[in-house]
Design a protein around this ligand. Structure first.
Ligand SMILES: [Zn+2]
Length: 116
């Protein structure tokens, strides 16, 4: 399989990665209020709805942790593009493959190395 040039890879995946990075940033900013600690005020909310609120806050925090991890993976992929290393397996050095990169441009390993 002939691999695309570094320029081809850059043209194809950089805009996708930048768009995802921006979407993650916006989602993070928009959900900031959901992650605020639950008020301990028992007058304004009943016990059940307070537990509900705590559960929702925990879910929002978990979601944010996933977003943060994804944001780091996207930033690392953008760095690899800038360094001309994007698209090449971190383990064996082979081309990762367009189908695999289309699926997730943050992947760092070819299918055989990812399986082992
Ligand atoms: Zn490999």
């Amino acid at each position: 399989m002939s691999a695309p040039s570094a320029q081809d890879l850059r043209d194809r995946y950089r805009p996708l990665l930048l768009a995802e990075s921006e979407a993650l940033r916006v989602a993070s900013a928009e959900t900031g209020a959901d992650r605020r600690p639950v008020e301990l005020d028992q007058q304004s909310v009943g016990r059940l709805s307070r537990m509900d609120a705590m559960q929702q806050q925990a879910m929002a925090a978990a979601q944010e942790a996933r977003r943060r991890a994804r944001t780091q993976a996207v930033a690392a992929a953008l760095r690899r593009i800038d360094e001309g290393e994007f698209g090449w397996c971190a383990d064996c050095g082979d081309f990762i493959g367009s189908a695999r990169l289309d699926l997730d441009p943050t992947l760092m390993r070819c299918i055989s190395c990812a399986r082992s």
